[in-house]
Write a protein that binds this ligand. Structure first.
Ligand code: SAT
Ligand code: MN
Length: 593
């Protein structure tokens, strides 16, 4: 094995399986140096220094942004690419028609070809990381081999990285093998491949976000969902938050929204002034691992320890807690910067400062019509910076879930909130979620597409079997969470948002929590239980008159019939594995409408 020549990078594990795999990968990729990361502060400082020398990171103004650094990704590499993402299972059926499938043997061969000698002249970092709180039965270990310093520095924020990971490897759980090489960052040589049977991931040709930080979407969702089905748990694209009432009663909510639909904002919500005594704390902002636990309840952990949040639109009004989360030790990717090392983005509190450089590094002309920050520009911040971090975020046993919320970005059709009649109906609601596409994935923006449980790009196996797994979970959870659907994005005929969103979402959340405790009313509508005007707490929000509320809650039969037709697109696609219960749910809904 190539000796390590650096003064850091010497945390060698003793586990022979790791050593063998690292040796094998190194002989394939031929790095000059193998760097065994330990996750320490000293190592971080060393890696930061290296990143600056190599022009991978630029230090920001350290008075304004202590510990803040800036990174520009390759302009062709700014979002997840679903068309390059593969699930490699024995049969195409296992991956299902909503995933790209490739034969594992063929894909390994192709990837080994691309990886051959790909790290020559470079360093291969061995990044051991733990997903989930130390000591949690839900936590999982991954090791990522990467030739990207940017990835290492992100991973040390997003995961619990270092020795702690090696300590959590067990005979039963093993560890996930992630191999990542940026290659020449050419879209034609970009492949993000998952091998659920081997608990392995190989990602090449991209250095960005969910393509390269393998703990996140690749392990925590795609591989995680496949493991979860096998072992009776769930890996979901959900934020986790705690609602605390003035009486000190805590409720835990899991909520699934597609990428860039405000999960981070919702997870850090600040209740309006009139909600004195109510408190929201954040357990997680993107991913939840859930498993039936003690006393018949569904328990959830956040496997991550940082936020990889969308920056544009974040400001002291929209999300002060996110702003505070980025105050120190944060990496910014693809925002705009000033000559004195300050950052700026569309929708920041201040107007654009002079002499901005845009996310591509060019002088920005405000009149050009171009965005200064990329719409999918991101901040990577430790969750410990979040002033409203729930102390339960580090709890090994996780939090018992009271309610599950599904939602999407919908200009029409979907009311502000409604509640499922029961678990099976709730699964149907989740399975038929639609949302307008955003900048988080490469492609056309603003089109409604089905995004079941916000998992369309992240489900590591057949979507029909995934629905079956959801339906089956009912038999393993004695006290089932209630299921809800929300839409913060409904517009009037002029295209204005009907709902103020952000902190005001607390009003909806309060109704949800009260529904879980059977202390508030609702009426039975064709699509589910809906609040009446008097069921929501309107103190301090006179703008929402009963008339406006009626608009927000309107069920337009014509729109719904169209919606049902659109649902068919997905249902037809996965027809062979689609649980019949969901077809019946659809029939029932048509009958009720
Ligand atoms: O790029 S990521 O996949 O990490 C972010 C997202 O799309 O949610
Ligand atoms: Mn996400």
């Amino acid at each position: 094995m190539t000796p390590t020549t650096e003064k850091f990078g010497n945390l060698r594990p003793t586990n022979p399986a790791i050593l063998e795999w690292v040796t094998h990968t190194a002989s394939l990729t031929q790095p000059d140096v193998i760097f065994w990361c330990d996750g320490s502060e000293a190592e971080k400082n060393y890696l930061l220094e290296q990143s600056i020398q190599q022009n991978i990171l630029q230090p920001l103004n350290q008075t304004k942004w202590p510990g803040g650094y800036y990174h520009r990704s390759h302009p062709n590499d700014v979002a997840r690419v679903e068309q390059c993402t593969y699930i490699c299972t024995e049969t195409a059926e296992e991956a299902g028609p909503t995933n790209n499938w490739a034969d594992p043997k063929e894909m390994y061969q192709k990837l080994y070809g691309l990886l051959k000698g790909s790290m020559r002249g470079r360093t291969m970092f061995v990044v051991p990381y733990l997903m989930g709180p130390p000591g949690s039965p839900l936590s999982k270990v991954g090791i990522e081999l990467t030739d990207s310093l940017y990835v290492v520095l992100n991973m040390r924020i997003m995961t619990r990285m270092g020795e702690v990971a090696y300590r959590h490897i067990t005979e039963e759980n093993g560890f996930n093998r992630g191999t990542h090489s940026t290659l020449d960052c050419h879209p034609e040589r970009r492949f993000i491949c998952h091998f659920p049977a081997d608990n392995a991931i190989i990602s090449v040709g991209s250095g960005y976000g969910g393509n390269a930080l393998l703990g996140k979407k690749c392990l925590a969702l795609r591989i995680g969902s496949a493991l979860g089905r096998r072992w009776g748990w769930m890996a979901e694209h959900m934020l986790l938050l705690c609602v605390e009432s003035p009486e000190g009663e805590k409720s835990y909510i899991a909520a699934a929204f597609p990428s860039a639909c405000g999960k981070t904002n919702f997870a850090m919500l600040i209740p309006p002034k009139s909600f004195e005594g109510w408190k929201i704390t954040t357990v997680g902002d993107d991913i939840a691992w859930m498993r039936p636990g003690p006393n018949g309840r569904l328990y959830a952990i956040n496997p991550e320890s940082g936020y990889f949040g969308v920056v544009p639109g974040t400001n002291m009004q929209s999300n002060p807690n996110a702003m505070r989360s980025m105050e120190k030790d944060t990496l910014f990717t693809n925002v705009a910067i000033t000559p004195d090392g300050d950052v700026w983005w569309e929708g920041k509190d201040n107007p654009p400062p002079k002499d901005l450089l845009d996310w591509k590094g060019n002088p920005w002309d405000p009149k050009s019509g171009e965005k200064a920050a990329h719409p999918n520009s991101r901040f990577t911040a430790p969750m410990y910076n979040n002033p409203v971090l729930a102390k339960e975020a580090d709890s090994p046993k996780g939090v018992p879930i009271d309610a599950i919320i599904f939602g999407g970005r919908r200009a029409t059709t979907m009311p502000l909130v409604f509640e499922a009649f029961n678990w099976t109906h709730g699964v149907y609601i989740g399975a038929t979620v639609g949302s307008e596409t955003t900048a988080a994935a490469v492609g056309v923006m603003g089109q409604v597409r089905r995004d079941p449980m916000a998992m369309l790009p992240f489900c590591g196996y057949n979507m029909g079997s995934y629905f079956r797994h959801w339906l089956n979970m009912r038999h393993h959870i004695a006290i089932l969470p209630r299921i809800f659907h929300v839409n913060w994005f409904r517009k009037d005929t002029e295209g204005n948002f009907l709902w103020p969103g952000f902190g005001e979402n607390m009003r909806v959340l309060k109704w949800i929590v009260q529904r879980c405790k059977n202390t508030i009313g609702a009426i039975e509508a064709p699509i589910g239980w809906m609040p009446r005007y008097q069921d929501l707490d309107w103190k301090g929000l006179p703008e929402i008159t009963p008339e406006k509320f009626a608009q927000l809650m309107k069920i337009d039969t014509k729109e719904w019939l169209h919606e049902l037709m659109l649902q068919d697109e997905l249902f037809m696609k996965i027809y062979t594995t689609l649980p019949k219960e969901l077809v019946y749910q659809r029939e029932l809904l048509i009958a009720r409408l």
